[in-house]
Ligand binder design. Structure first.
Ligand SMILES: Nc1nc2c(ncn2[C@@H]2O[C@H](COP(=O)(O)OP(=O)(O)OP(=O)(O)O)[C@@H](O)[C@H]2O)c(=O)[nH]1
Ligand SMILES: [Mg+2]
Ligand SMILES: [Zn+2]
Length: 323
């Protein structure tokens, strides 16, 4: 089909029956989902009955999902979500209200951005490690931002998360005051789907408003459709970036927490452990106190940072207690 179906969304007339287009779910409510089409226009659609039924099972529709919309003529005509495409990633947390199963917060994220400040508030490497483990456990790439670099010397800024940089994580050093690092951060976000995380007051909103003027994250959740009073937004919202890509307004990694992570998987959430896994004297080594542990040996040699190893021990212990 060569027609650009999205024109119908904006302009009418009613599209022909069975016209199908693809899009990305940018926000949802109890029953109506806003789906962004390639043209940039947004269509409101509900799940086709069959999918609604299936959605109670494994595949619940979430913001970030790629879907097929089909127009169905009728009185009045409407868009229906007739297919949910396979996800390549998801950020999930425990279903609310004690219900069993998971709640997918955002689907198809490319990466998570974890923002800390070089100072005010004081950065916490061990808290960063916790965020990184959550990202790894969800199969998401992570990028670290050290903002407010104007408040410390360049050497001090680089020392803060040197351990995580050594572990292979990309680190951006930024400042709203001097403009340092902003172009590179913009390029790292453009064309990708990213979620923003980090403690309060580190400058997340300041950064995003500076990088993408007009994208006011605090108010953007109150989008057009909500302004019309039609329904109330629940859950995460995806904000399209000018020039492509999305920024997710998520509850953040902190809220997602360590849920769903098996204590036995924690070593795999530390990328720098990878060369040593399987090298320990005991096959069931949990890398805490065992003799002949390849990871502890690497720590002793200085090949794995002691701080990161401490984070490992703490997070593994926390998860072992939960299970
Ligand atoms: N010196 C300095 N201050 C900054 C910088 N970026 C942000 N700030 C200030 O830090 C304070 C907090 O910034 P916000 O952008 O509101 O922080 P946030 O991470 O969005 O905080 P929450 O919304 O509470 O999670 C504001 O007073 C900003 O002006 C920076 O690069 N340098
Ligand atoms: Mg903010
Ligand atoms: Zn070991």
């Amino acid at each position: 089909m060569t027609r650009d179906a999205s024109q119908f969304v904006q302009l009418g007339p009613a599209p022909p029956d069975d016209l199908s287009v693809e899009g990305v779910v940018v926000q949802g409510t109890g029953g109506v989902w806003d789906v962004r089409l390639a043209s940039g226009s947004v269509a409101s659609a509900s799940l086709r009955g069959r999918l609604k039924h299936e959605a109670r099972g494994a595949l619940k529709l979430a913001v970030g999902d790629k879907v097929t919309l089909t127009w169905e003529n009728g009185e009045p005509g409407a868009w229906f979500i007739t297919d949910i495409h396979e996800r390549f990633s998801k950020l999930a947390r425990r279903a609310p209200g004690g219900a069993r199963g998971e709640r997918v917060v955002v689907a198809n994220l490319d990466q998570v951005l974890v923002v800390f400040a070089a100072a005010r508030p004081e950065p916490h490497p061990r808290m960063l490690d916790r965020f990184l483990v959550i990202a790894e456990a969800n199969g998401l790439h992570a990028r670290i931002v050290v903002n407010k670099c104007d408040l410390v010397s360049p050497a001090e800024a680089r020392a803060l998360f040197g351990e995580q940089a050594a572990a292979g994580y990309p680190v951006h050093y930024t400042s709203i005051e001097t403009g340092e690092g902003l172009d590179a951060l913009h390029d790292a976000l453009a064309g990708r789907s990213s979620a923003l995380s980090g403690p309060s007051g580190v400058g997340k909103s300041s950064l995003m408003n500076r990088l993408f003027p007009g994208l006011d994250l605090r108010t953007a959740a109150i989008s057009d459709s909500v302004n019309k009073g039609r329904h109330t937004t629940v859950g995460a919202v995806l904000h399209p970036l000018p020039g492509g890509g999305f920024l997710a307004d998520t509850p953040g990694l902190r809220e997602v927490g360590l849920w769903g992570i098996d204590a036995a998987d924690v070593p795999h959430c530390f990328p720098e452990f990878a060369p040593y896994l399987g090298q320990c004297r005991f096959a069931d080594c949990i890398h805490t106190v065992e003799p002949g542990c390849a990871i502890r040996d690497a720590v002793e040699r200085g090949d794995v940072s002691r701080g990161r190893f401490e984070s490992y021990v703490k997070l593994r212990e926390e998860l072992a207690e939960q299970n």
